[in-house]
Design a protein around this ligand. Structure first.
Ligand SMILES: Nc1ncnc2c1ncn2[C@@H]1O[C@H](COP(=O)(O)OP(=O)(O)OP(=O)(O)O)[C@@H](O)[C@H]1O
Length: 462
């Protein structure tokens, strides 16, 4: 790997922002004035405004043409309806596409378009005349791996790219060789397929970790992720690309070793979450009251779509079963369900067939469903110092998971709201810690004042 010149602190500093243009759809361009068209028109106008605001993470002075993408990929990007790059895309893509390839540690808020940045890089690195794996991408959940793959397929639509999954229960045991060029998966299955030589890594040129801080967490997926990296060829450089909305201090050192001499795009601690997500809390009397409050919110939860996060699988099961018995339509998703069941549940939620999804941290990261306008932290995310929440001692608020959970709403400049349930002094203090760490106010709403909640919701989502 060629060494890279950087500033005295070792960081890449992008050029100062200059003039910008607004891209606004005209009423004629959107056609008839149905509600759906009107709302997509409003979103487009808002996005265009934000993409022209230098303080927004969606801001860019460049066009996709100026970022050095191949014509076929540009067509893919425009087919997806993107008109201008976001800040992370504008800053990261020229560095990611430079030759010789350079490593990257990239940070940008949730919902600001990191996926496109690394997917376009993977597709740019592939030699389509070689039928061997060349780009590997790992994510912490099968749901996220499947979503990333949908972006690879959409952006690569005008290329001959072949793709394959490395997720549990996907490839039949009879498959002995994968010829696809881009492989997206989870670390356990990826390691296994490489070890069994079903995936031949001899031509791999780029290795991407989405949600990289999670993938490198030494008490979680870190060991398996490192195993994949150690299986990669030593005969030629492999570009290592790490992306996340969060990089807590305890994984930064490991990230720097994992992606040596990387170009870095970093956020300040005060910029971690986007301000289009309004945060609220409700002070419940006890655990059982939390359930009653959730049920009382059902009508508001179903205005758009909502995701309810619990700390444990059994809580997700318990409240979804109880709500279902009481006549509400909800789905529940967690890691103890079968692979095929998980796929069916998330697909059905994505298609809007269910409006309320009760889940655990399994989909706290990366999942991109634009209609989700509400996130409820039924339980606040907690962990102990070692990043382990199963061992109940010494549990502290898990700031990173909180940021990712609320980031399931407010995607790419849209408005969203989050509601935290607290029910005793301890949970109240935990929420205070979260409020301080994220630097954003969390507003109280009375548990019995649904009118106030509705009013606040209208204001927040306007
Ligand atoms: N340049 C663009 N113009 C319009 N929409 C975009 C653009 N780039 C990305 N998007 C859309 O924005 C949404 C969020 O993008 P993406 O899922 O990549 O966010 P992310 O930064 O990876 O978020 P997270 O940290 O939650 O994983 C997606 O629906 C994506 O299609």
């Amino acid at each position: 790997m060629a060494s890279i010149e950087k500033d005295a602190d070792g960081f890449y500093t992008p050029a100062a922002a200059g003039a910008h243009t607004h891209t606004v759809l005209t009423a004629d361009a959107v056609g008839e004035n149905t509600d759906l068209i009107k709302s997509s028109f409003e979103v487009s106008v808002t996005l265009a405004d934000q993409q022209g605001d230098p303080n927004s993470p969606l801001y860019s002075i460049k066009t996709f043409e100026q970022l050095g993408l191949h014509q076929d990929l540009l067509r893919g990007v425009y087919d997806m309806g993107f008109s201008k790059p976001s800040k992370i895309q504008e800053r990261a893509l020229p560095l990611l596409l430079a030759n010789p390839p350079q490593n990257m540690i990239g940070q940008s808020q949730s919902g600001t378009g990191k996926t496109a940045a690394f997917v376009l890089t993977m597709l740019s690195r592939v030699d389509f005349s070689i039928n061997k794996p060349q780009a590997l991408c790992l994510a912490p959940s099968r749901e996220l791996a499947r979503q990333i793959m949908s972006v690879v397929v959409a952006m690569g639509k005008h290329t001959p790219v072949q793709t394959e999954y490395a997720i549990r229960d996907h490839l039949p045991k009879s498959v002995t060789r994968v010829t696809a060029q881009v492989i997206v998966g989870t670390p356990g299955t990826m390691t296994d397929l490489i070890r069994r030589r079903v995936i031949d890594v001899s031509e791999v040129k780029i290795f991407v970790l989405d949600e990289a801080d999670d993938m490198l967490n030494q008490d979680g997926l870190g060991e398996q992720t490192l195993r994949v990296k150690n299986q990669l060829p030593k005969t030629h450089p492999v570009q290592i690309v790490l992306f996340s909305a969060t990089f807590p201090d305890h994984v930064r050192n490991f990230a720097n070793k994992f992606a040596p001499r990387a170009n870095k795009i970093e956020l300040q601690k005060t910029e971690l979450s986007v301000d289009n997500i309004r945060q609220f809390y409700m002070d419940c009397r006890d655990e059982d009251h939390k359930y009653e409050v959730l049920v009382s919110l059902y009508n508001l939860l179903t205005i758009g779509q909502s995701i309810i996060f619990c700390q444990h699988r059994h809580t997700a099961d318990r409240i979804s079963q109880r709500m279902t018995t009481e006549g509400h339509k909800v789905a529940s998703l967690h890691g103890a369900k079968d692979a095929s069941e998980r796929d069916a549940i998330i697909d059905s939620f994505r298609e809007g067939r269910e409006k309320v999804l009760i889940t655990t941290n399994v989909i706290a990261r990366g999942i991109d469903i634009l209609q989700v306008n509400m996130v409820v932290n039924y339980d606040l995310p907690l962990m102990n110092e070692r990043g382990d929440w199963k061992n109940k001692t010494d549990l502290q608020p898990d700031i990173e998971t909180y940021i990712h959970r609320i980031g399931r709403t407010g995607r790419f400049g849209r408005k969203g709201i989050s509601i935290n349930f607290v029910h005793d002094k301890r949970t109240w203090q935990q929420m205070e810690v979260i409020e301080q760490a994220t630097g954003r106010g969390i507003i109280r709403i009375e548990t019995n004042d649904l009118d106030e909640m509705e009013e606040q919701m209208k204001k927040a989502l306007k």
